[in-house]
Each structure stands twice: as structure tokens, then as C-alpha cells.
Design a protein around this ligand. Structure first.
Ligand SMILES: *[C@@H]1O[C@H](CO)[C@@H](O)[C@H](O)[C@H]1NC(C)=O
Ligand SMILES: *[C@@H]1O[C@H](CO)[C@@H](O)[C@H](O)[C@H]1NC(C)=O
Ligand SMILES: *[C@@H]1O[C@H](CO)[C@@H](O)[C@H](O)[C@H]1NC(C)=O
Ligand SMILES: *[C@@H]1O[C@H](CO)[C@@H](O)[C@H](O)[C@H]1NC(C)=O
Ligand SMILES: *[C@@H]1O[C@H](CO)[C@@H](O)[C@H](O)[C@H]1NC(C)=O
Length: 334
């Protein structure tokens, strides 16, 4: 029996054990790492297609046996179909219409927090796995992570300012805006971004921040594990110490050392926080960078990498799971 035939049988939904059982004599030809997982990207996040030609997962991310496709004709030949939430709710969007193969896994993907994820209710009993920034997702895709023993050249720009914030989405109902209004009575903050008519080009952002001692890493909404590029990129990568507003300190400490950041709730009031920052000494300041002796930073910012990560997790995830109440899971009410 040719390998090609076996591949077709696998595509048709035969599981590997039954193929080995039936064609045991050819066992040596198939080991688990020979099997390619095919992931169909049903719609590109933000309608922004990326180049997935060639063996993109191997070439860019060193992930083997993983094929990404955005060709919907491949539906019946895909192990996984991944749906990005934002496009699911767009007018005129469509879901696969052929009867659904129960062996095929449907993945729900989002990087937004529950506050910015609408219309989840109608997706009960649809998705088998989740791909989000939440650590308890089936495919965990953080905005960034510390990598032990990764040596990096960090920015050591001379500091010319104390504290900065770049913000585009500024709304009075946000917790961070309430905080900022109070806090800015006690300490001057150099604010950039669309919200203040001082937009920074994307290549200007980090160099600008790198001249400040501190960065306000204020999340747009407060949710478990919702710790975004404001911490990883705008603070850690730029070399400014993050002053965070987001989930509780303990939640941050699951991912980063306790002495690498300042949490707004470390202080009884915004006034106390301002006084603390103003009285910072160089010796104290340098302690916030202890982590650099042990870790480098990895930033995740490419959807192709996140989709390739589905293949890495694929063999280890349950094949008989469905989110019967996706909204309950995501908002944490179930
Ligand atoms: C897409 O990537 C492939 C492989 O890296 C490359 O050869 C090709 O030129 C790229 N296509 C475009 C349109 O950039
Ligand atoms: C895909 O498979 C389904 C059954 O799972 C079948 O009804 C449908 O005709 C197939 N579509 C194509 C294009 O082969
Ligand atoms: C989804 O499931 C939850 C929990 O069972 C339920 O409260 C909700 O009404 C369901 N949504 C729809 C649209 O059926
Ligand atoms: C590091 O600082 C220098 C000097 O300001 C700047 O030119 C460079 O772009 C910075 N790099 C990063 C990653 O912030
Ligand atoms: C995925 O969920 C669907 C819908 O509930 C279910 O029929 C199917 O068996 C599940 N498949 C896997 C591989 O978990």
C-alpha cells in the first residue's frame, strides 16, 4: 500500500490505530511525527491575509508537519478549522455548510478580552477548542512570555522623562481612564497616541518609550490573564518599568517576577503611587530589571505562528470536547 493511499485514508477520518492495525506490516512507514496536521483558516483575522505558501510553520517557527491553508475547498481534508471571532459576527459571513465531520476539530480564536467580544451567546455547542490569551485555553497564545536563558541585548537609552503612556482607545467608562484622571492630578504623564492627537508611528513607539523610566501599562479592560503588548512590548522590550492596571498582582506573578513591575493596587491611592515614583532612586530602579539576568522575551504578534501552534497542541488535546456554553467559559461565569 502506498503512503499516498494511507494519507487519503487518514484524511477520510480513519484514525491512526486502525490504519496500523489493518496494515500492520507497513507500520514502520508511519510514525506519529510523519503525520501532517492540516489547519484551515476559515477567515483571516481582520481580513488581512498573510503569506502561507511553502512550509510556513517549519520555515518561520520550526514547527514540523503542520500545513496551513486558507482554501475552503480543503474543508473535507482539514483536521482543524479555525474561526477568528471578529469575522464570525460580520454581516454576510458564512459557516461551512456541508454536514460536519465529527472528527474535525473547530477552534474558536480571539485575542480580545470578554469586554470586547460580542455576540458569544449564539455559538453554544459549536467549537471544540479555544485559542486565546487565557492560560486555560486549549491553545494558549499569550501576547508575550519570558524565555529562560535567552540572551538579549536590551535597550539602554538615556532616560529623559519619568513616565509615559500611549493610548488610542480612551473612554470614560474604562477603569484605566478613571485611574488616570485621578493619578494625573499628582504626577505629570507624557501621553502619546490617537486619544491625545499625538499619534506615534509604529516604528517610533518603542524608541520613544525607551527614553522614559516608567510606562503606564493600563489594560483597556480587567480580566484574568488579559496582559497584553502594553506590558511585553511597550514596557519590557522598550526598557521602561511597567506600572500595570489589569488583573490582580497574583495574576501577573504567574507570568513575570514579582519585582519586575509596579501594580497600581500596590498603593492605597494614586497619590501614594505618584509619590513613590517621584522618590525613586537609581539603586531601587535597577532592581526592576533583575529578570534580564535570567530571561529574554518572546513576543507573539503573528497570526501564522498562533495557527501553527494548533498543530503543536493537536495530539495532546481531547477529541470529544465541545464548548456548550462558550460565553460562560469566556466570561468566567461557568
Ligand atoms: C510568500 O512566501 C514564499 C516562501 O517564503 C516566497 O517565495 C514568496 O515570494 C512569498 N510571496 C509573496 C507574495 O510575498
Ligand atoms: C464533504 O464531506 C461531506 C460529508 O462529511 C459531504 O456531504 C460533502 O459532499 C463533502 N464535500 C465535498 C466538496 O467533497
Ligand atoms: C448558551 O448556553 C447558555 C448556558 O447553557 C444559555 O444560558 C444560553 O441561553 C445559551 N445561548 C443560546 C443562544 O442558546
Ligand atoms: C533603543 O534606543 C535607541 C536610542 O534611543 C533607539 O534608536 C532604538 O530604536 C531603541 N530600540 C528599541 C527596541 O526600543
Ligand atoms: C466537535 O464538536 C461537535 C459539535 O458538538 C461534535 O459533534 C464533534 O464530535 C466534536 N468533535 C471533536 C473532534 O471533538
Amino acid at each position: 500500500m502506498a503512503l499516498g493511499t494511507i494519507f487519503v485514508l487518514l484524511s477520510l477520518g480513519w484514525n491512526i490505530q486502525s490504519v496500523l492495525f489493518t496494515f500492520g506490516s507497513e507500520q514502520a512507514l508511519i510514525t506519529s511525527h510523519d503525520i501532517t496536521t492540516t489547519v484551515l483558516i476559515w477567515h483571516w483575522p481582520f481580513h488581512y491575509p498573510l503569506n502561507i505558501s511553502g512550509d510556513v510553520c517549519l520555515d518561520l517557527y520550526n514547527i514540523k508537519n503542520c500545513r496551513l491553508t486558507d482554501n475552503r475547498d480543503m474543508l473535507n481534508f482539514s483536521d482543524v478549522v479555525v474561526f477568528h471571532h471578529r469575522e464570525l459576527n460580520k454581516k454576510g459571513q458564512s459557516m461551512p455548510t456541508d454536514s460536519r465531520n465529527p472528527e474535525q476539530v473547530w477552534v474558536w480564536a480571539t485575542l480580545e478580552s470578554p469586554s470586547n467580544t460580542k455576540n458569544l451567546g449564539k455559538w453554544n455547542n459549536t467549537f471544540n477548542w479555544t485559542l486565546t490569551y487565557r492560560e486555560d485555553s486549549d491553545i494558549f497564545v499569550p501576547y508575550g512570555q519570558l524565555v529562560p536563558k535567552l540572551h538579549m541585548q536590551f535597550n539602554t537609552s538615556a532616560k529623559t522623562g519619568l513616565l509615559t503612556w500611549a493610548v488610542s482607545n480612551y473612554h470614560r467608562t474604562q477603569e484605566r481612564v478613571k485611574f488616570f484622571k485621578d493619578f494625573s492630578n499628582y504626577l505629570n504623564v507624557d501621553v502619546y497616541g490617537k486619544a491625545r492627537n499625538k499619534p506615534l508611528c509604529s516604528s517610533c513607539l518603542l524608541p520613544t518609550i525607551s527614553h522614559y523610566y516608567f510606562y503606564l501599562a493600563l489594560e483597556n479592560s480587567v480580566h484574568k490573564d488579559y496582559i497584553t503588548e502594553k506590558l511585553w512590548k511597550n514596557s519590557f522590550l522598550a526598557g521602561a518599568v511597567p506600572v500595570v492596571l489589569g488583573p490582580p498582582r497574583e495574576n501577573y506573578e504567574k507570568f513575570i517576577p514579582a519585582d519586575s513591575f509596579i501594580h497600581v493596587s500596590d498603593f492605597a491611592s494614586a497619590k501614594d503611587l505618584a509619590a513613590f515614583l517621584k522618590s525613586m532612586t537609581i539603586e531601587r530602579y535597577e532592581q526592576y530589571f533583575h529578570w534580564r539576568q535570567e530571561y529574554g522575551i518572546k513576543i507573539y504578534n503573528d497570526w501564522r505562528e498562533r495557527f501553527c501552534m494548533i498543530c503543536t497542541r493537536y495530539p495532546h488535546l481531547p477529541k470529544d470536547q465541545v464548548y456548550s456554553n462558550l460565553e460562560g467559559w469566556f466570561t468566567g461565569n461557568s
